[in-house]
Design a binder for this molecule. Structure first.
Ligand code: ATP
Ligand code: MG
Length: 123
């Protein structure tokens, strides 16, 4: 299992979510963040204060996946989040030791895979 963390442009979120849905990727966490990329530092004066690093609004996506879902997940994000301009973001893939689904107590492979919806889900 892996945790795919993607830092993307806020305006690309909808496209990325559609691409992930099409890749059958379901569970995810989305957080607004601010960040700084690999751009070289320029010391500027901003309202009387010397600022070294400009921070940009980004969105952080966290997606826990089983190993065979890593490639489709990364491909979906790469394609949907790209503009080709600097600041498109980054994708990190981290190893995951365990995953637990709290409701059922399921663990790892069973817990990270989406549960097929059943009629009882809607009762
Ligand atoms: N090494 C990193 N570690 C953690 N977060 C990062 C790292 N690099 C980039 N980020 C996050 O990703 C966001 C977008 O980064 P960005 O796309 O500018 O990366 P870059 O390496 O500078 O590539 P580019 O040349 O396309 O701008 C940053 O604002 C930051 O939130
Ligand atoms: Mg950059």
């Amino acid at each position: 299992m892996k945790l795919v963390i993607a830092i993307i442009r806020p305006e690309k979120v909808s496209e990325v979510l559609v691409a992930l849905y099409r890749a059958e990727v379901r569970g995810m966490t989305l957080t607004p963040v601010q960040g700084h990329g690999a751009e070289s530092e320029q010391v500027e004066t901003y309202r009387g204060t010397r600022v070294k690093m400009e921070l940009h609004d980004k969105v952080r996506l966290e997606i826990g996946v089983s190993d065979h879902f890593v490639e489709p997940t990364v491909k979906a994000i790469l394609a949907a989040a790209k503009t080709g301009e600097i600041g498109d973001g980054k994708i990190f893939v981290l190893p995951v030791e365990n995953v637990y689904r709290i409701r059922t107590g399921e663990r790892d492979q069973e817990a990270v895979t989406p549960v097929a919806a059943t009629a009882s889900d809607f009762e």
